[in-house]
Design a protein around this ligand. Sequence first.
Ligand SMILES: Nc1ncnc2c1ncn2[C@@H]1O[C@H](COP(=O)(O)OP(=O)(O)O)[C@@H](O)[C@H]1O
Ligand SMILES: [Mg+2]
Length: 283
Amino acid sequence: MTDITSRRDPHAPGVPGVPAISLRGATKRFATKDGSAFTAIRDVTLDVAPGEFVAVVGPTGCGKSTTLSLVSGLEPASVGTVEVAGQPVEGIPDGVGYMFQADAVLPWKNVLDNVALGLRYRGLRRADAEARARDWINRVGLGGFEDRYPHQLSGGMRKRVAMAQTLITEPTVLLLDEPFGALDVQTRELMQDELLTLWSGSGAACVFVTHDLTEAISLADRVVVMTAGPATVKDVVTVDLPRPRRVEEIRLTPEFIQLYKRIWDSLREEVEITRARGASRVA
Ligand SMILES: Nc1ncnc2c1ncn2[C@@H]1O[C@H](COP(=O)(O)OP(=O)(O)O)[C@@H](O)[C@H]1O
Ligand SMILES: [Mg+2]
């Protein structure tokens, strides 16, 4: 469990001594067609401190996305409690930003309008929204591309737009669900570095879901290992690698490799359980 008094970023927004995110015994059941209940996650307990970066790893289908949807208020917990900044989550809480693998970039809007969208929804005047959007477009390295449409951008550039879209609302809680999963390896590493740079100045508490352990360790202060589904927290490992990090370099260090081995030992068991279930299904 995190010692909230030793938050990693003393300037992070939020209430002192209160976790940015707190799940207590959270279980989620979905109703199935035949009327029975399917348990997606069970008894998940986890705190994330303000300004902390937590990565969540676990086998495919174990319940990682479901966990995020409880935090974002897209789904209510069936059992247990979920709080953001000390408040029970009912509906989508203020200050939560979400980024998925499939980005939410609208094809019929140019980069400027896509980035300004969140602020326009919040009722900001066009001129103010556009001024802030231009600032964020520069911050994500897309200055000069304001008038481009999504189909005129590379995969990495679209991700930059998605990052600006999410960060422009200055979320205090940032939820990322395999956001770079569809990118090629080089672009992916570039985006990881970019995300770390943008996050480090934001003070946001970050939960980054991935099935890629290298990505998890490169980015996070702590890596949470989930069990095979229905997921619960199996292990929480502190990643005490120095910051600022360059992901390409850090993954070659002995400390990184040691962490990788330790966490992979834990994760591998769950991946194997999941694979064995898949195999028995087709057999
Ligand atoms: N809305 C839903 N209704 C029914 N079952 C769901 C729903 N969302 C997810 N599930 C099921 O819950 C399990 C966990 O899903 P998910 O959280 O997406 O896994 P992960 O993100 O770890 O791959 C899966 O078996 C999935 O089919
Ligand atoms: Mg998922």
